[in-house]
Design a protein around this ligand. Sequence first.
Ligand SMILES: [Zn+2]
Length: 369
Amino acid sequence: MDENNINSRSLGDIYRMIYQNKECSRQEISRQLGISLPTVTQNLNKLRNLGFIYNAGNFESTGGRKPTILRCVPDARYALGIDITRNHLSIVLIDLDLNIIADKRIRIPYDETDEYFHSIRIETEEIIQNHIADRSKLLGAGISMPVIIGSDQKSVTYATVIEASPDIYHKLTAHIDVPILLFNDSNSAGLAESWRAHYTQPMVYLSLSSSVGGANMNNQNIYTGDNWRGCEFGHMTIVPHGKRCYCGRYGCLDAYCSSNVLSDFTGGDLKKFFAELPHNKGLQNVFDQYMNHLAIAVNTLRMCYDCNIVLGGYVGAYMTEYIDTFRKKAVALNPFEQDGSFIRVCHYRTEASAVGAAIHFINQFIQEF
Ligand SMILES: [Zn+2]
């Protein structure tokens, strides 16, 4: 390997180390990466000149001169996440620190018409133009949808919740002026959650939105399965010959634990359901039944994966207050454990899928630096 190659590899390694540690000193970099101090300094100057790192004051001295704190410049790059659901469009813009710089959620029913795609273009362009002075800093846009995606992340292999056509990628590409990739909504939400919570252990994300899905993250990577249908938890049969599911079968988890099961009692308004829950006996019975079914699913997942289970999606966002009750229900089914602390509540409330789709581009940028 010639000098240039060694140098460019060092540049990437140094940048990744600062990114992963949030901050570090020149001396730490040299020590940990085994690169001489002059070479580190040369690379740091280059990174600083390119606008990727900055000096953020000084560490406390451990004897001698105080080492300079090096940090990554968060707004050196951006990524967009667009979450498309049956009735809404959510757009987020994040920076390298995964800060949400801008977000927007509008009610617009999914419909593959020129008008619909035009709205996506207008909304996306507005965010780009208001927040990014230099468009070359935008890495791409991840599009999250409630569909099953092919391994190329450009094709749709199964779509029932929304009627996405197989060539939706090309239709979107024609209207969004940045590189795009498609994501399953639950997978991208799981990705966002595991990055946000810094999970390095395996975790399962159970998405309880207007449809039920999930993701299994392993050291922040998504498990896809052979057919990219891994973790379609919504279609686990939990009640033999039970309620009809939108997939056409009976007794699927989705039929018992989608957010609609609750919001149907308050005119489609989930927020209202949880607002009225404390003083409405009828809703309490509904929610109790809901949690009983959810406990079966969570116990099954714990038996399969033996890892943390994060309750996410629209319902997950409201579970904090009820988590103790729910943990009791779930561990009552568990022959090995009495402690339900492996059941967690999600960090993100609504924008997880969009953020996760955007994170893909940030991750790729860091890895390929
Ligand atoms: Zn089903």
